[in-house]
Design a protein around this ligand. Structure first.
Ligand SMILES: Cc1ncc(COP(=O)(O)O)c(C=O)c1O
Length: 452
């Protein structure tokens, strides 16, 4: 079986309609589901807009019923345009025909094999495809289910390879919330604080350079940590994602790479958000003057199914062979179904030139936003590809208010930054170009209504 087939041209992908709001969100049906959700979903901390456990507070948000392409339909039959795309994970859009076809074929063939003991053919094919993304001809791959799995595998690899437990991480960074990446989470100390006793104590945070002038200071901070001799890895997002879509100066990665080489430390590029075309490049960190030792992928890789990957230099991943037995595995890693959809997703990304499309559409959306928001002096627009941010200035929680207003107009967005002051736009890379005007037309009055 081939894991690919010819998809429809990207502009014909179904689900590219303008919003249609029949009842103001949350409509009655969403409200009822949200109350049930609040009643039975374990609390994972207080929601920013809710008192913990306060079931009398009016429900906020919507409940999804179905989705296709760039459209989401909620349980009240309201239709939205999705500029959040499952926190960037619906990279090729919801239920893309190519993904559905492979899902159908593979689900009638094999759902799951036996992990690393007896792998599925789809898993082997996926390993080969992913290894080819790294320039090292002997590159190897380790699969997982979540982004946090891939980062965990990378941090374990760095310890095995260098023998050093220390990690340099960056202020504002987000790498997932399971224990290994949580220790390196610079986005909010409140994520780490309750669990400090269980986390790697050898993580040092340095600032993420937001502009060229910050670079020397950041490199000095990193050098001061590296001279301690305890560091095995630098873990870096090529663009700070949840931290507010901060694009570092171009010299940042090559300079970090030089420092890492000088001290014999591994560079781990967390491309879980930026990778696979989201940032306008297949891998944002991979360039002529910088090659990460290890790259983490996740989010859009599975076309909507959970699969993640650590890709790395062969010599680095060989470090695992020193262990006397298999010391890292999980039941669903390399599952046949998600491996097959990942292959379909990779096919689609390359055949439809989605990184290039993301770069072009992102540049267009960015210049439309800059032109239409120019009159709001405290607001700035930034980002790369279809990973854009509207920074609402020093106004904690402002992005959450803006996202609520946009939802009422039929647009789903997400928020970022340490104090949710940044509106984040990560639509599917297959977003119909004709939908850009409607979004910007809806956004401008919503920003105005905030008193920005
Ligand atoms: C850069 C980055 N790394 C890692 C993760 C964690 O991925 P997951 O939520 O799948 O564990 C995220 C999630 O947003 C991310 O943005």
């Amino acid at each position: 079986m081939s894991f690919s087939e010819i998809p429809p041209p990207v502009e014909l992908v179904p689900g590219q309609d303008l919003p249609e709001i029949k009842s103001r969100p949350p409509g009655p049906s969403s409200r009822s589901w949200l109350v049930r959700h609040a009643h039975r979903s374990a609390p994972m901390g207080a929601k920013p807009r809710h008192e913990p456990g306060d079931l009398r507070a009016p429900p906020v948000g919507i409940v999804y019923a179905s989705a296709k392409g760039s459209n989401v339909v909620d349980v009240d039959a309201n239709r939205y345009v999705d500029f959040a795309a499952g926190f960037g994970a619906m990279l090729v859009g919801h239920s893309h025909p190519s993904i559905l076809r492979v899902l159908d074929l593979q689900s009638h063939r094999l759902l799951m094999a036996l992990g690393d003991v007896f792998p599925a053919d789809a898993k082997v094919a996926l390993l080969e495809r992913l290894a080819a993304l790294h320039p090292d001809p002997s590159a190897r791959v380790m699969l997982g289910q979540s982004g946090a799995d891939a980062v965990t595998a990378a941090l374990k690899t760095a310890l095995l390879f260098t023998g050093k437990p220390g990690v340099i991480a960056f202020g504002g960074a987000y790498h997932g919330l399971s224990h290994a990446p949580l220790a390196a989470c610079g986005l909010r100390a409140s994520y780490r604080t309750p669990f400090t006793a269980q986390l790697n104590p050898h993580v040092a945070f340095v600032d993420y350079p937001a502009q060229h002038d910050d670079l020397d200071r950041v490199l000095l901070q990193a050098r001061a940590v590296l001279v301690t001799g305890q560091i095995g890895a630098v873990l870096v997002e090529p663009v700070l994602g949840r931290g507010g879509v901060l694009v570092p100066p171009p010299a940042f990665l090559p300079e970090i790479g030089k420092l890492a080489r000088e001290f014999g430390v591994l560079c781990i590029a967390d491309e879980i958000w930026t990778g696979l075309g989201r940032s306008g490049k297949m891998l944002f960190s991979m360039r002529s003057d910088f090659t990460p030792d290890l790259v983490c992928l996740g989010k859009g890789l599975g076309g909507g199914l959970p699969v993640s990957a650590l890709i790395g230099r062969g010599a680095v991943l060989e470090a695992w062979r020193r262990e006397p037995e298999v010391v890292h595995t999980s039941t669903f890693a390399g599952a046949a179904l998600s491996s097959a959809t990942a292959l379909a997703s990779l096919d689609l990304i390359s055949r439809e030139h989605l990184p290039e499309r993301s770069e072009r559409l992102g540049a267009k959306l960015r210049s439309m936003l800059e032109a239409r928001l120019a009159r709001f002096s405290k607001i700035s627009v930034r980002g790369v590809g279809l990973m854009l941010a509207i920074d609402l200035g020093d106004r904690p929680g402002r992005a959450t208010q803006l996202a609520s207003k946009l939802l009422e107009c039929g647009y789903i967005t997400s928020t970022g930054g340490g104090r949710r002051e940044v509106l984040v736009l990560t639509p599917p890379l297959t977003l119909g170009e004709a939908l850009l005007d409607g979004f910007v037309d809806a956004l401008v009055p919503c920003v105005g209504a905030l008193g920005a």
